[in-house]
Write a protein that binds this ligand. Structure first.
Ligand code: NAD
Ligand code: 6OD
Length: 501
């Protein structure tokens, strides 16, 4: 088996052996417990992973704490920025390896993985290297109070040891989203990848070493949530802050686990994102953009649209056009550029999605497209495939309209007035993302400003600037990350008040 710091191209017959990455080295787990990771396109075992015990997590956190008082803690910001830029360079040099690892874990399509997600992970390090290079200076505040004249100098200090608990849907993009700002701000980090997708975070350990990141600054512990690495990390007294992306109910459990230690928590949680399509939209662009927003990555992006509201005059035409888009993608080998459908993350997740298919039928949905499992041949017949699925005819309180499915699905509802569309869009416990499609720029902006969501796209989807704020309203999360918006979470602010009286 190849060592995890140098992943050769995957063959499904030779699973990789993955250790935890602690204090700059790959270490076997202390308990000897292991778990399997499978590729969902054919259900083959692709990795045998050491499950981190409480002792392993303790070692990782202690290594991170020790690193804070080593060279990393006192490093010049320009030098830290240079190291982060080297991390980016090395990811790009090894992009094929990272893409191969990500595909093995997720069954994602080669094109968007190699050309999109891996370079985007590298770009996170560039963005935060640039910010570190410029310093994190804040404006001084002069004051003249009855207590005396003074100048206040707010300054940023690292938070300490950050725990990053990551999901499986965009493993590299969403873990680097946390790792890059944490390191740029001078913290040390312990990453807990999803048990479904341990590879890219593990491989990144070797890149960190090669780039000159001191041992202990970047650590990876593999395992599950409750009773495993996730829970041990959240409870560890040496962790100062927890950044989490995943399901809303997991976010609630993590917040409860962190409360006793008064640890800061940043939560990027679930969504049930609406798309509002007015009759005056550019029809073809709205259909293409909406299809991408529903079906991309098999619907497994927190920003995917699952509720569509279409103005009545174009409702039937829109439903027909989206049906054609739903029926086009084809399953197959994710490494073949001709494959256009990727699988769900696991057979277990497919069971959950199939239960929603059943719930939609029970509630009386019209199944416009999909609703089942696509035909696949040979080795791929064991994969976690699902048909892109469209429903109409449900009431707004049906389960598939209310709950996040996290698959390539949507329900389409007609609307008659702008107020009704906004009311539909906001009638959700979640508030992560939304789209508005209209040729009337003023109306589109007006509607966008009334939608309760952390990001509202007008006439587009997934145009995501890494320096823009990201996070959710309501049960979609707490806090904002992205560019400067990450700084308040990854740093403590100290105010130095100089008396000039
Ligand atoms: P999940 O909540 O099941 O798991 C996420 C991570 O939390 C995993 O690493 C898991 O092992 C860990 N975990 C689970 N229980 C834990 C516990 N009690 N203590 C500590 N760690 C625990 O989420 P998932 O299934 O991996 O991802 C899909 C979900 O993530 C969807 O709901 C999706 O909307 C959401 N998501 C949100 C965003 C966002 O930015 N808002 C982005 C991507 C995914
Ligand atoms: O900004 C991005 O690149 C991106 N893919 C964000 C997705 C977030 C939630 O899954």
């Amino acid at each position: 088996m190849p060592p995890e710091g140098n992943l050769s191209p995957q063959t499904t017959t030779t699973p990789r052996e993955l250790h935890n990455f602690i204090d700059g080295e790959y270490r076997p787990g202390a308990s000897g417990k292991k778990f399997e990771s499978r590729c969902p396109s054919d259900n083959a075992v692709v990795a045998i992973v050491d499950e981190a015990s409480r002792e392993d997590v303790d070692q990782a956190v202690l290594a991170a704490r020790a690193a804070l008082s080593g060279p990393w803690g006192s490093m010049d910001l320009g030098e830290r920025a240079a190291i982060l830029n080297r991390v980016a360079d090395l990811i790009l040099e090894r992009a094929q390896e990272f893409a191969d690892a990500e595909i093995s874990d997720t069954g994602k399509l080669i094109g968007p993985t190699l050309k999109g997600e891996i370079p985007r992970g590298a770009m996170q390090f560039r963005v935060f290297a640039e910010m570190a290079k410029n310093g994190f200076a804040m404006d001084a505040i002069a004051s003249d109070t009855p207590g005396g004249k003074a100048i206040n100098y707010p300054e940023r200090a690292p938070k300490g040891v950050v725990a990053a608990i990551c999901p499986w849907n965009l493993p590299f993009v969403l873990s680097t989203w946390k790792i890059a700002p944490a390191l740029a701000c001078g913290n040390a980090i312990v990453v807990k990848p999803s048990e479904e997708t341990p590879m890219t975070a593990t491989l990144l350990g070797a890149v960190m070493n090669d780039a000159g990141v001191p041992p202990g600054v970047y650590n990876v512990v593999n395992g599950f949530g409750p009773g495993s690495a996730g829970e041990f990390l959240v409870a560890h007294p040496g962790v100062n802050a927890i950044t989490f992306t995943g399901e809303t109910r997991t976010g609630a459990a993590i917040t409860a686990g962190a409360a006793g230690g008064i640890k800061d928590v940043s939560l990027e949680l679930g969504g049930k994102n609406p798309g509002v399509i007015f009759s005056d939209c550019d029809f073809d662009k709205a259909v293409a953009g909406t299809a991408a927003s529903v079906f991309h990555n098999c619907g497994q992006v927190c920003l995917c649209t699952e509720r569509l509201y279409v103005e009545r005059p174009i409702f039937d035409k829109f439903v027909e056009a989206l049906k054609a888009k739903a029926e086009a993608p084809r399953p197959g080998d994710p490494r073949d550029p001709a494959t256009t459908l990727s699988p769900l993350i696991s057979l277990g997740h497919r069971e959950k999605v199939l239960r929603y298919f059943e719930a939609a039928r029970t509630d009386g949905a019209t199944v416009v497209a999909g609703g089942g499992i696509p035909k696949t041949d040979g080795q791929f017949s064991d994969g976690a495939w699902i048909e892109p699925t469209i429903w109409t005819g449900l009431s707004e309180d049906s389960r598939v309209v209310k709950e996040e499915v996290f698959g390539p699905v949507c329900h389409i509802q007609p609307f008659d007035t702008e107020d009704q569309a906004v009311a539909y869009a906001n009638d959700s416990d979640y508030g992560l993302a939304a789209t508005v499609w209209s040729g009337d720029a003023e109306r589109a902006r007006r509607v966008a400003s009334r939608i309760e969501a952390g990001v509202v796209w007008v006439n587009g989807w997934m145009i995501r600037e890494l320096r823009s704020p990201f996070g959710g309203f309501k049960k979609s999360g707490i806090g904002r990350e992205g560019g400067e918006f990450s700084l308040d979470f990854y740093t403590e602010i100290r105010n130095v008040c100089v008396n000039e009286g």
